[in-house]
Design a protein around this ligand. Sequence first.
Ligand SMILES: Cc1cc2nc3c(=O)[nH]c(=O)nc-3n(C[C@H](O)[C@H](O)[C@H](O)COP(=O)(O)OP(=O)(O)OC[C@H]3O[C@@H](n4cnc5c(N)ncnc54)[C@H](O)[C@@H]3O)c2cc1C
Length: 378
Amino acid sequence: MATRKRVAVVGTGTVGSQAAWRLAARGAEVVAYDRFAPGHDRSAAGGETRVFRSVQTDDGRYVPLVRHADALWKQLQAETGRELRRLTGCLFTGPGDDPEMRTIMKVIAEHGLDHEVIDAEALAKRFPQFRVDDGDLAVLDPRAGFVRPELTVQTAARRAEELGARIRRYTPVREVDPVAGGGVEVRTDSDTERFDAAVVTPGPWVGDLLPDLPWEVSVYRAISAWFLPNEDHQADAERPAFIRRGDIPFYGIPSPDGLAVKLGLSQAHHKPVDDPNKLDRTVAPEELETFTAMVRRYLPGLNPDPVRLAVFMEGYTDSTRPLVGPLPGRDDIILLAGFSGQGFKLSPAFGDIAADLALDGSSAQPIDFLSTTGRTEA
Ligand SMILES: Cc1cc2nc3c(=O)[nH]c(=O)nc-3n(C[C@H](O)[C@H](O)[C@H](O)COP(=O)(O)OP(=O)(O)OC[C@H]3O[C@@H](n4cnc5c(N)ncnc54)[C@H](O)[C@@H]3O)c2cc1C
């Protein structure tokens, strides 16, 4: 009889909680560590919502991974009875000649994705909450909507526990060391445990935990801002999420309770974070200027003074492609990091891929373009 593999998950956040679920579901003996507790808001996840979309804006190679994630989102919801995702659609708007709007149309055509192109007149009638510029294109992804980050992380972690995983809360891991002859040791302030393999998913702390990593993961601070509608129906949770491309890209998601709309800007507007342990969670008034300008210009139904602000951080690679695979020369230490602003929607797929790599040494999912193996550039 095959022996049960013992696998550590280091960082039980967005991807780590999913990895713990998938590993436990596949019979591994799992110990998952977090410096806080699953569902906390001091890292990359939090702020009620993340966009889920089937249409990719930058690279069609993510499409099969989105399909895999889609199946697992349904499975986790079915296993737990929690509403983790709501498909309200996602509306893309931007200049027709914008490179990302072109990529969107190319990815849609190449993969035969469901979509609807909406002209300016129809847009004004159907979605009066959005203003567009002359010559803009509007495309609706109907297989899109929002996912709920805190609830998802807690639900995946809890499901992992139900399946036998042990979660060590408020337990920062100090070192993940390979053992001569195979296996891994995970050291905390109180003890050291031995495992057959480790899945390392520390999000913005990747450079802190693995200072010798051969790839750069730069950490940025991202602000979420919530705005109230001038009329109640404007924030309706059944309205689509939206992504605007063009000179100042931004995105928005109606709150699940239908009371507000959350907005976020693109990476170019995020400040670098030198130390993830010292994230500045105070927002200066000047940091709100672009938000206010975007509301005034494109979202006339919202009051431009935000009513709530939150600060998160995220690790970006230079290519914005995440790092997925073993550390160089260490097949039993599997790294998943640098999700570059797009990890949440895909997190169940990445959790499953982590389980493939830790238990079988390979994955049937098409991850060559993300793989750490032979990768020289981040
Ligand atoms: C504001 C914002 C908006 C975003 N919007 C979207 C979106 O709309 N759609 C989308 O798909 N993606 C979006 N993203 C990206 C997505 O949220 C991230 O890619 C994803 O959450 C990253 O997951 P992670 O597991 O790498 O990191 P995290 O979720 O941060 O998990 C890392 C975990 O590791 C723990 N940890 C760290 N170091 C240690 C240690 N030494 N020992 C123990 N535990 C440790 C941390 O406490 C944390 O819980 C957004 C990101 C931000 C910041």
